[in-house]
Design a protein around this ligand. Structure first.
Ligand code: C5P
Length: 232
């Protein structure tokens, strides 16, 4: 898989999701399914979107004891997801177990990426709630290195961190970056944003784009604009 635009389908159910995807008559965008849609629609939503010809990033951010994550990953792998993720905070042992669980009988497996620190966690929350007294940039980079050490394929990070992650973990270690906005679009609740073109220049491998596409009057045109800026 190369550079691509992943559309965050943050919808409340299957009906809305299919109505949205039906608008894409000439392309099959890479789809991100998050917790809301997965918990509302169930595992069939993954099978159905795959059957329609889309690639799927299943963004469920697993974090539990290694054995539980390994078994859960085997189930997600069986659904045919192309990318899945875990919290790097679950430790290297948990990430290695996740990889083991993901590997299918034929030796193939979805890509596995790690969430480092959530972008909603700031320095103050990390120190006060998690008792981590290190600069957040250092913690993010340490978690990215742990993910690489455990054999994962990449991390979810801000496009602003993509270059540093590649420097520390290597060019082939994937950076999947949300927080994307067009120059002229509303930031919403995202604080640190980049345009698709700037994310490309920063070296992001995949951009995750939600509302600039899903809330647009013309989602197909917005998606095509993202692709034109990011993939070229
Ligand atoms: O609508 P918007 O483009 O902000 O959507 C971004 C998507 O990426 C959402 O599904 C959001 O949950 C996800 N995400 C994020 N920041 C992270 C991790 C995931 O915005 N650090």
């Amino acid at each position: 898989m190369g550079k691509d635009v992943i559309v965050a389908c943050d919808f409340a159910g299957a009906e809305q999701t299919f109505a949205f995807l039906d608008r894409f008559t000439g392309s099959k965008p890479f789809v991100k399914i998050g917790m809301e849609l997965f918990y509302a629609a169930g595992p069939d939503i993954v099978r159905e979107i795959k059957a329609r010809g889309h690639k799927v990033f299943l963004d469920l951010k697993l974090h539990d004891i290694p054995n539980t994550v390994k078994k859960a990953m085997a189930v997600l792998s069986g659904l045919g997801a192309d990318i899945v993720n875990v919290h790097a905070g679950g430790t290297c042992a948990m990430m290695s177990a996740a990889l083991e669980g993901l590997t299918r009988p034929d030796g193939t497996r979805p890509l596995l990426i790690a969430v480092t620190q959530l972008t909603s966690t700031d320095q103050q929350a990390m120190e006060q709630d998690l008792l981590i007294n290190q600069p957040i940039d250092r913690v993010v980079m340490h978690y990215a290195l742990n993910a690489r050490k455990a054999g994962l394929d990449g991390v979810v990070c801000s496009p602003l961190e993509a270059e540093k992650v590649h420097e520390a973990c290597g060019r082939s270690f994937l950076t999947v970056t949300p927080g994307i906005r067009f120059q002229d679009s509303d930031k919403g609740d995202q604080k640190r944003v980049m345009t698709p073109a700037a994310a490309k220049a920063a070296g992001s491998d995949y951009i995750v784009v939600g509302r600039p596409i899903t809330a647009s009057d013309d989602p197909v045109a917005a998606y095509e604009r993202c692709c034109a800026e990011f993939i070229g």
